[in-house]
Design a protein around this ligand. Structure first.
Ligand code: BES
Ligand code: MN
Ligand code: ZN
Length: 496
């Protein structure tokens, strides 16, 4: 979809569809009121007749509005004007996108970015309009013979702003398109089934990304390379699989050559059956999403490349399957990690931390400014925070605050949990330096405690995205989270 900046009068826009906001109850936004005036009270009459009351997310499509230059006008409910916050704005944007996309109009001009949103500027409103529109019309029909996308989809969307706001709106388009593309990559990869999206497939995707930019250097390590480095923990997870494991590194050089990089580490378990500690059958298909951390790293790297961010970023992805097999790790097995610490594998289903710990030790070679790992790590996080916030745990308050703030801005929130030493004894083992599980209580925290034993040499944050990375049920599919949070964090680092 092509986005452009517009500065026009609502009723004189020549377009397939003009998108206007209406507040509760039956209150026209400024642009809608101007449109209403030129069309001699058309909108007032519609509202008066009870066609819509402006509650948030409502839409009303009107064809050939008399007196206006457009073919259609779409009214979008925005809720109470005083409560027009991030959440309601995003909701209005998504409803509008879906309605326009299925209206038959192939081009449209939206006046939504002109509305007042509590504490948000035009840049934010325009960028959210772009990201929200692209997210709303995203389809996962690559493997369907009959495509589910709209017959005549929206191809061009104009974003109307005042003359003085044109410049920031252009910047918002550049950034918004980059982030949307990153989110879409993460969603598409996440949705792919385990038989297609294998560790080698993820490596190929990284190489493809590398081909698109001189600034991105991609390297892929095979199991022999991991063995040489002593990654016994990562390799122990791969033992049960016929698909060879991969350790993918993507180095984006947009900053000074001596500037320390932000390192992003994404869990890339392309299918998690649990291994010998096998999972129950119900909804096990959803464990193809266990590589969504990896997908978010790929998506964020893509966004960095597109925005040509002036900093250095490294993406690291340990990728493997977790399957049961005669050769697979067994409960009670003890493995030696790259750090030299030994781990008693009490549950082979706690495999994420086993692959991440070696990747986190490996990261030290990049002399990182900070390391952020992203992982669908614990079912406990789904219970604690549901689908709305990622779990955030960190050994550094400044980093944690920056990530929380980035999540607020990007509409991709995280919530911090404690990483107190009080929880560490839950990982005690009678036979090794630590166990890989810490019991039923505080599962998200003890998983992070495990990782913290490998991240002592740098500032580190962990995002547990088990609850936010995908949706189940009828809406089943990857969300692309937390690409927006991560990209915002990187943008904020460039600005500050
Ligand atoms: N990939 C899962 C976590 C998960 C489970 C994410 C359900 C989303 C939904 C992870 O590898 C796992 O199996 N974790 C175990 C850890 C336990 C054995 C300590 C869990 O959460 O049950
Ligand atoms: Mn598991
Ligand atoms: Zn897993």
């Amino acid at each position: 979809m092509k986005f452009t900046v517009k500065n026009e009068k609502p009723a004189s826009v020549k377009s397939g569809c003009v998108v206007l906001g209406v507040f509760e109850k039956r209150k026209l936004s400024d642009a809608a009121a101007r449109f209403d005036k030129t069309t001699r009270g058309l909108l007032t009459k519609l509202l008066h007749d009870g066609e819509m009351d402006g509650s948030c997310g409502q839409t009303l499509l009107v064809h050939y509005p008399r007196g206006a230059a457009c073919e259609r006008v779409l009214l979008v409910g925005c809720g109470k004007p005083r409560a027009f916050n991030d959440r309601n704005y995003s909701k209005a944007v998504a409803s509008a996108a879906q309605a326009v996309n299925t209206s038959g109009a192939t081009d449209a001009v939206s006046f939504l970015a002109e509305l007042d949103v509590t504490n948000r500027d035009v840049y934010w409103k325009a960028r959210t309009l772009i990201e929200g529109t692209r997210a709303a019309v995203f389809t996962a029909d690559e493997l369907k013979s009959k495509k589910t996308r709209a017959q005549r989809p929206l191809r061009r969307l104009g974003i109307n702003v005042t003359a003085g706001d044109r410049k920031v709106a252009h910047q918002a388009i550049t950034d918004g398109e980059a982030i949307a593309a990153g989110v879409e990559l993460a969603r598409s990869l996440g949705n792919l089934p385990g038989n297609i999206c294998t560790p080698s497939y993820l490596a190929d995707q990284a190489r493809e990304l590398g081909k698109r930019s001189d600034r991105l250097k991609v390297s892929v390590m095979d199991e022999a390379g991991m063995k040489k480095l002593g990654m016994g923990s990562l390799l122990s997870v791969a033992r049960g699989s016929r698909e060879p494991a991969r350790l993918i590194s993507m180095e984006y050089n947009g900053g000074a050559s001596d500037a320390k990089p932000v390192v992003l580490v994404g869990k890339g378990v392309t299918f998690d059956s649990g291994g010998i500690s096998i999972k129950p059958g119900a909804a096990m298909d959803e464990m193809k999403f266990d590589m969504c951390g990896a997908a978010s790293v790929l998506g964020t790297m893509e966004a960095c490349v597109a925005m040509q961010l002036p900093l250095n970023v490294v993406g690291v992805i340990p990728a493997t399957e977790n399957l049961p097999d005669g050769n697979a790790s067994k409960p009670g097995d003890i493995v030696t990690s790259m750090s030299g610490q030994t781990i008693e594998v009490l549950n082979t289903d706690a495999e994420g931390r086993l692959i991440l710990c070696d990747a986190l030790t490996y990261c030290e070679k990049f002399k990182p400014a900070v390391v952020i790992d992203i992982a669908t790590l614990t079912g406990a996080c789904v219970i604690a925070l549901g689908a709305h916030a990622a779990g955030l745990l960190s050994n550094n308050d400044v980093l944690a605050e920056a990530l929380l703030a980035a999540g607020e801005t990007a509409g991709d929130r995280a919530w911090r949990m404690p990483l107190w030493d009080d929880y560490q004894p839950q990982l005690d083992s009678n036979f090794a330096d630590m166990a890989n599980i810490g019991g039923r209580e505080a599962g998200t925290i003890t998983a992070a405690c495990f990782l913290s034993r490998f991240t002592g040499n740098y500032d580190w944050a962990h995002l547990d995205i088990a609850g936010v990375a995908w949706k189940g049920g009828k809406e089943k599919g990857a969300t692309g989270r937390p690409v927006a949070l991560l990209t915002q964090y990187l943008l904020d680092r460039c600005a500050g």
